[in-house]
Design a protein around this ligand. Structure first.
Ligand code: ADE
Length: 235
């Protein structure tokens, strides 16, 4: 039976799913890193694949851009398809002066401006945090692989284009390393249904300095991040 937004049959997804935002990135990951990958869903061109990695079943499913899109795909993966582990692999814009282009951020927690997240705990704020087991595996894997990484908190925003203001200074003051658009959503679904989640993200641009990775550098750091993600979920 398909879910509302995916046309994969029951049992089509592995218990562990790697989740980029971009459907074509999902296709690239499946074709480049998985064995025997087959496309399992294509509704709205939001592509998903299942294959294996080191002999274990593994899926890749795109979650699109922003909190509402990520909430839909993550909720259906967990509720409808029985997924137990979601690893978001994305990009982010740095706001903290200590963060450098090419760093891979392992997101311990995600603050957010998302109105959707406010509905989680009624009048209170939900603290979106990574699952410790996955976080520890990612950190150990990054150290073993020699991957340039930072562990810390990020900000999941509904806005990509911010109005003028001091928001970036305020985020950096609270030791927030970078901005992206989905981690808090993925963490909140994992918390709601008692499954595991982690987000890792390459620093593709530095919002304070305007520096940005070239297309080739984006590809190289993206590949490094996928290798870190695969080491994490297979550890
Ligand atoms: N992803 C990559 N760069 C970003 C930025 N500057 N803001 C939000 N998400 C991003």
């Amino acid at each position: 039976m398909p879910s509302l937004h995916m046309n994969a049959p029951d049992g089509a997804f592995a218990e562990t799913v790697i989740m980029p935002g971009d459907p074509l990135r999902a296709k690239y990951i499946a074709e480049t890193f998985l064995d025997d990958a087959k496309q399992v869903t294509d509704v709205r061109n939001m592509l998903g694949f299942t294959g294996s990695y080191k002999g274990e079943p593994l899926s890749v499913m795109a979650h699109g851009m922003g909190t509402p899109s990520a909430l839909i795909y993550c909720t259906e993966l967990v509720q409808h398809y029985g997924v137990k582990r979601m690893l978001r692999v994305g990009s982010c814009g740095a706001v903290h002066p200590d963060v450098q282009l090419r760093d891979i951020i392992i997101a311990q927690g995600a603050s957010t401006d998302s109105a959707a997240m406010k509905q989680r705990l009624g009048p209170f704020d939900f603290a979106a945090t990574a699952s410790y087991g996955l976080l520890e595996k990612a950190v150990n894997s990054a150290r073993a692989l020699g991957t340039q990484h930072r562990i810390g908190s990020i900000f999941t925003s509904d806005l990509f284009y911010w109005p003028e203001g001091d928001i970036y200074d305020r985020l950096a003051k609270y030791n927030i390393l970078a901005i992206e658009m989905e981690a808090a959503a993925v963490y909140s679904v994992a918390a709601e249904f008692g499954v595991e989640a982690l987000a890792i993200a390459t620093v593709s641009d530095h919002i304070r300095t305007g520096a940005a990775l070239s297309t080739e550098e984006r590809q190289t750091t993206f590949d490094q991040m996928i290798e870190l993600g695969l080491a994490t979920v297979s550890a």
